[in-house]
Design a protein around this ligand. Structure first.
Ligand code: NPJ
Ligand code: CA
Length: 372
């Protein structure tokens, strides 16, 4: 068994306690939660097939854990221009402007000196024009000078708003290889194994049909001799085979008399039961037709120490005992005083340990002995 344990703090997100997570989800959670428990139990063992082919490839393993973040993306394009900054502080005083143009001559402040008045002088003639007056007082302030030169640059304004998000960075490096996938399903049964080594030589086949007549050349008598010779060989084979099966039939409590075999299975039943069983087996209830056969059956009775029903009865006609084929018996070995048809109900025949016969009720149960 393979047991893989990963201990960590488990923080469940989507998986419920009852629904098992599919493998890929397990891996995702492994990454997301940094927590998972993976136990790989043994695959269930299938019935042993013939030596199998290689199983089909198992399903693709689970997706590996997410890779580490890729390198930082290229810097995005510049953000939009921020709003106008606040006005800069007042610039310093500009340079003094150039002297203004000459102002208009002011009014004479002092009246030119009056000549000495002449008393009662006749009015003089009008005097000449007086000398030029002294310089006048300073004129009024001239008009404003031309606009001064541009002031120095104001201080930097406040930062503009954050620019738009840059474009997605390049794909990160491939993640680490994920955990091993679950075992694939059992493969299909493998192809049939190689042919085994050849078996032992089989038994000799049965005798074939007679061949075509050979070409003329041998005399009639030589031909016959060859055929006889061939038959003798075949007969020897059959005799050996028969001898073997006679031994089989005689073991442990069967008896062979001529071409008849008397065999018991140890079963006990009433007459009709036994009769049917022997027929079913391809034989019939033992029906001794001479002393030798009767002795063979008697030996089986002795071995089992149980009387046996014979294939003889007078069911059809009281007092006229017949074989099962309807033939009237040609041989008998009655116990003294038998058959007596006791109580008028004895139509079957049993054979005692002493080999003698007694007519008996067919309903009694006796040891079975069939003849083949
Ligand atoms: C008696 C009658 C029979 C009758 C039977 C019905 O048989 O004689 O006609 O069919 O009863 O029950 C002894 C007795 C017989 C007796 C049988 C019953 O005979 O002498 O009178 O038993 O089985 C062997 C065993 C018993 C036997 C004769 C021989 N033996 O093993 O060889
Ligand atoms: Ca009797």
């Amino acid at each position: 068994m393979l047991v893989l344990l990963t201990f960590c703090t488990f923080v469940s997100q989507a998986a419920s306690a009852t629904d098992p997570m599919p493998p890929h989800q397990v891996m995702q959670n492994l990454d997301r939660n940094a927590c998972s428990l993976v136990i790989c139990g043994p695959a269930e063992k299938g019935l042993p097939g013939r030596d199998g082919r290689e199983g089909i490839q198992g399903p693709k393993g689970d997706m590996g854990a997410q890779g580490i973040p890729g390198p930082r993306g290229i810097v995005g394009p510049p953000g939009k221009t921020g709003p106008t900054g606040l006005p800069g502080e007042k610039g310093s005083q500009g340079v003094q402007g150039e002297k203004g143009d000459l102002g208009n001559m002011g009014k004479s402040s002092i009246t030119a000196m009056r000549g000495t008045p002449m008393t009662s002088a006749p009015s003089g003639t009008k005097g000449d024009i007086g000398p030029q007056g002294e310089k006048g007082a300073t004129g009024d302030k001239g008009p404003m000078g031309a606009i001064g030169a541009q002031g120095p640059k104001g201080t930097t304004g406040n930062p503009g708003p954050k620019g738009d998000q840059g474009s997605v960075g390049e794909k990160g490096d491939k993640g680490e290889v994920g955990g091993r996938g679950l075992q694939g399903p059992t493969g299909m049964p493998g192809p049939m194994g190689r042919t085994g080594s050849s078996g032992l030589k089989g038994d000799k086949g049965s005798i074939g049909e007679k061949g075509m007549k050979g070409d003329s050349g041998l005399s009639e008598s030589n031909l016959m001799k060859n055929q006889v010779s061939a038959l003798q060989g075949q007969l020897a084979v059959l005799q050996a085979t028969l001898a073997k099966y006679q031994k089989v039939a005689a073991f442990p409590s069967g008896r062979i008399v001529g071409n008849r075999a008397f065999v018991t299975s140890g079963y006990e039943g009433n007459f009709d039961d036994l009769r049917q069983r022997c027929l079913q087996a391809g034989g019939q209830l033992a029906s001794p037709r001479n002393a030798a056969e009767n002795a063979a059956i008697q030996q089986i009775v002795i071995l089992h120490n149980k009387p046996v029903f014979l294939g003889i009865n007078d069911i059809q006609t009281e007092g006229r005992f017949k074989y099962l084929n309807g033939e009237t018996i040609a041989y008998s070995n009655w116990q003294q005083g038998e058959p007596n048809n006791e109580k008028g109900r004895e139509n079957c025949v049993e054979i005692f340990v002493n080999g003698r016969w007694n007519d008996r009720s067919c309903g009694e149960k006796r040891l079975i002995v069939c003849e083949f």
